[in-house]
Design a protein around this ligand. Structure first.
Ligand SMILES: CC(C)(COP(=O)(O)OP(=O)(O)OC[C@H]1O[C@@H](n2cnc3c(N)ncnc32)[C@H](O)[C@@H]1OP(=O)(O)O)[C@@H](O)C(=O)NCCC(=O)NCCS
Length: 197
């Protein structure tokens, strides 16, 4: 049966997970976000190269205004905030991406980035689960995919941790930094997400 989507989905208030707050980006986040988006190691497998502070500021302004999912191409780029603890102030440690890829095919696409200092603690998967809950439980999508560089072992491990399976391996389908690159496609269906509890 064709799924009924509950749309528009408006990101009206922050989402709290066990350890993180997912929220819209603000101008005050530019330094935190620049601290990882400026790093070549972070951007190695991303579709953009390391960004200057001005480039990050422009993107943050753009993402801050992207609050509503209603049509193909609409997206959320949410800041992952680690709350203050003792003398350590709250800070943005990464971001989560989600887009409505095709309403006709009830498909969303997910993505993730963390500051390297915060990799290895399960923060990206914790945030991704909150985003998949929006996709499947709030909006009612049928399928969510992740596209990645097949050399990106950390991202592949994250897909598998979330219950996504490898569905395709496209050979030299992408012109990437002066050469042909491959693309891996991972996916999870709504019924699989629900079955995982
Ligand atoms: C891809 C990326 C987000 C993965 O980050 P990550 O921290 O490895 O992913 P997770 O949040 O799922 O964390 C899993 C790791 O935390 C560990 N961990 C520790 N505490 C944990 C907890 N409470 N829950 C879950 N995992 C935990 C896991 O054992 C695992 O460690 P391992 O890699 O040594 O096996 C990160 O490598 C990154 O930002 N890369 C650069 C940007 C990028 O390439 N993005 C993807 C483009 S497609």
């Amino acid at each position: 049966m064709k799924p009924q989507h509950v749309l528009p989905y408006v990101f009206a208030e922050p989402i709290r997970t066990d350890r993180l707050t997912l929220r819209l980006m603000t101008e005050a986040d530019v330094d935190d976000i620049h601290s990882y988006q400026s790093r070549e190691d972070v951007c190695r497998y991303l579709l953009f190269e390391s960004r200057s502070r001005d480039e990050v500021a422009a993107k943050v302004a753009q993402h801050a205004a992207a609050t509503t999912l209603a049509a193909d191409g609409d997206y959320l780029q949410l800041a992952l905030e680690l709350p203050a603890s003792g003398d350590t102030p709250a800070r943005v440690i990464g971001d989560s991406y989600f887009t409505l890829a095709s309403l006709e095919n009830s498909k969303g696409e997910i993505g993730w980035t963390l500051h390297p200092d915060f990799v290895g603690h399960g923060y990206a998967s914790e945030a991704a689960r909150a985003v998949l809950a929006i996709a499947f439980e709030r909006i009612g999508l049928h399928r969510v995919v992740a596209e990645l560089d097949p050399r990106n072992d950390a991202s592949i491990a994250l897909c598998k941790r979330l219950g996504m399976r490898e569905e395709a391996y496209f050979v030299k389908d992408l012109w990437f930094r002066g050469d042909w690159g491959d693309t891996g496609m991972y996916a999870i269906l709504r019924e699989e997400w629900i079955a995982r509890g």
